[in-house]
Design a protein around this ligand. Structure first.
Ligand code: GUN
Length: 292
């Protein structure tokens, strides 16, 4: 069984990016600049954004974190995004999700200039993804592709089952795995909360991508011998014995499923780390497209 270690794969991507930023610096060029917007005090979002900023620093990217209070008006955020869209010194803009109830996620996503939409959530970028055109691949599915590539996992002709149909992970993941790209060319089944015969479908999978956000949902009876299992879940589960009072749990019951797999991702230490690698690659892409 191969452990698909996100630490190793992410370090390799970050090393590659660091060489690029060092060369830019030497050439006297500006460095890629990511702006992250965080609204409110969601604990998980705070952690993710802090990690994005830290990884920017480690790879020589510039980053700016803009924070708004939970009760900030939607218009205030839209005005800030308009300002960033017009700022030539900003390459990538991301607004950390989820948003407070009173702010429309769709309005915010659509307000970001598609050429700076490093999350790849804007409908015009999603449309390009579906059509197989160059665009920003949403960071988490991008991270999964980078992980598969790093460990030379063959996807061509395989049956991939994606559990979860979110706009952030499941849906784009299913499109990418079925696309004619190096980590694609799968036959893809996308499962969700209304799927009636989930176990039966999963048992046919050569590759399972679990992205539904339910801890330990995937159990050994759902997994074929030799399957590749990618766990996108990162749920905080209360645990009084843990330092922070919670533990991060994946969507796969790792201990019992791992012995059946040819390869599996750990949680934490798997896809989560790759997500940031995907985001940084998109930011560099935005920089190259807009001022490279
Ligand atoms: N919340 C959870 N995942 C993501 C992501 O990839 N991008 C943004 N902006 N918010 C998220």
């Amino acid at each position: 069984m191969v452990l698909l270690d996100g630490k190793i794969a992410a370090a390799s991507v970050k090393e590659e990016l660091k060489h690029i930023t060092e060369a830019l610096l030497e050439a006297g060029k500006p460095l890629p600049h990511l702006v992250a917007i965080l609204i409110g005090n969601n604990g998980a979002s705070e952690t993710y954004v802090a990690s994005k900023v830290k990884n920017c620093e480690e790879t020589g990217f510039r980053s700016t974190l803009i924070r708004f209070e939970e009760d900030t008006a939607e218009e205030t955020v839209l005005n800030k995004i308009a300002e960033l869209n017009n700022d030539e010194d900003v390459d990538g803009i991301l607004v950390q999700l989820p948003l407070p109830q009173h702010i429309s996620e769709q309005k915010i996503i659509e307000s970001i200039d598609p050429s700076k939409d490093v999350d790849g959530f804007h409908p015009s970028n999603v449309g390009k993804l579906v059509q197989g055109l160059p665009t920003f691949v949403p960071a988490t599915p991008y991270g999964v592709l980078l992980l598969l590539a790093h460990f030379n996992i063959v996807t061509n002709g395989k049956h991939a089952v994606v559990i979860g149909r979110s706009n952030i992970v499941g849906r784009p993941m299913s499109i990418l795995l079925s696309s004619n790209i190096p980590q694609g060319n799968c036959t893809v089944t996308i499962c969700h909360s209304h799927t009636t015969n989930l176990t039966e479908i999963c048992l046919q999978a050569d590759i399972i991508v679990a992205a539904l956000g339910k801890p330990a949902f995937v159990t050994p009876n759902m997994v074929k011998d030799g399957a590749v299992v990618i766990d996108v879940g990162i749920t905080r589960v209360t645990d009084a014995t843990a330092k922070k009072g919670f533990r991060i749990k994946g969507d796969v019951d790792f201990e019992s499923v791992a012995p059946k797999c040819s390869a599996i991702t750990p949680v934490p230490g798997g896809v989560g780390l790759m997500t940031i690698a995907g985001l940084l690659k998109n930011t560099l892409q935005a920089y190259t497209n807009n001022r490279g």
